[in-house]
Design a binder for this molecule. Sequence first.
Ligand code: AMP
Ligand code: GLY
Length: 423
Amino acid sequence: MTILILGSGGREHTFAWKLVQSPLCQKLYVAPGNSGTAEIAENINLNVTDFAGIKSLVLEKQIDMVVVGPEDPLVLGMHDFFLNDPELKHVSVIGPQKAAAQLEGSKEFAKEFLFRHNIPTAAYQSFDAGSLEAGYAFLETLNPPYVLKADGLAAGKGVLILNNLDEAKAELKSMLVDAKFGAASTKVVVEEFLDGIELSCFVLTDGKNYQILPTAKDYKRIGEGDTGLNTGGMGAVSPVPFATASFLNKIEEQVVKPTVAGLQKDGLDYKGFIFIGIIKVGDDPKVIEYNVRMGDPETEVVLPRLKNDLVEIFQAIANQTLDTITIDIDERAATTVMLVSGGYPEAYEKGMEITGLEHLTDVIPFHAGAVIQEGKIVTFGGRVMAITSFGNTYQEAIKKSYQNIEKLHFDKMYYRKDIGFDL
Ligand code: AMP
Ligand code: GLY
């Protein structure tokens, strides 16, 4: 079959790397892609939310399946667009329809879903500019730290955690009244702070059946010891050592089953990945967020551990036969370390040549914000490349990632040297 991946990050390079290993994948396109996908597939310079452009491409190249990497096209209704178009409705789209994508597109929608289906999560209330005073009153009933979440998509920046009540009130006002996050903070979810260690759980669903993929832990802060600004993710480890069989069983019973059943009860059609952000409080899982896609850089450690043919899995999702698939996982640990442009997640320069790739041994370099310019691989984004390794333990794997990173260079390259430090 002919497949199109939408997106341009390390996640999409990993999807491409995995899909081209399948004998079922005859031709692969990636829009817009990066230098990594250019090596194994054909890049098409198209924006992931250019629905009309994507339609023309799908018709011209006779694409059978579209795999949606990032959330934006899903929240904007990409899957519905295909289903509602007679010329496109035969195409399989991996990613939920617009209504279900609100699980990521609206924090309030996600909280209502969690409560409606009795899935463990933090207590909350949501507010708009008209209920600011009630918001202040609710904050006064909580203990610090205070968690404020912009309701809408805010490029991963919409969550504030504040230690001081006055500061929390000022930020709530700034979000609701002064549109700190634009339209995304027209509503704000104020939530109880949960104290524990986080992990990410990945579920595949065809809307009826589900399969659970390996867990992963990502490292979101720019600085070592989990300090400094939030990023898209600086590295990841899979499996998560503290996710014991009994804890995973709790996640399946208390979170995964009611989530998939809840989608069906609510009539929310869902064919794709569910990324569940979980915090372990004591011995119990609580959901902090849903994403309607795979994580990045979690994909770079989860998919390499998957032994199955990913095209077969996607076909089973499209045909609602996911119950016939047996997920087969590599027992080894996988780690990835993200190389970023100096200055990221704030301003950074682009166009730096990346050298040393030919010297890498026994690692998989997944390109992210990197492109080919005049025959050279150069930086193009904040997160540039994820170096993935396998090991019998995550310590062994991470050592391999770090040894190989020594061979790589670009001007102002930065990475965290402590991935896995807290495990
Ligand atoms: P979210 O975008 O909802 O994942 O939130 C971003 C980050 O904020 C999470 O990865 C957590 O580290 C943190 N966070 C979100 N909600 C809570 C909460 N209720 N308690 C503690 N930390 C939280
Ligand atoms: N690594 C976190 C995310 O993909 O949202």
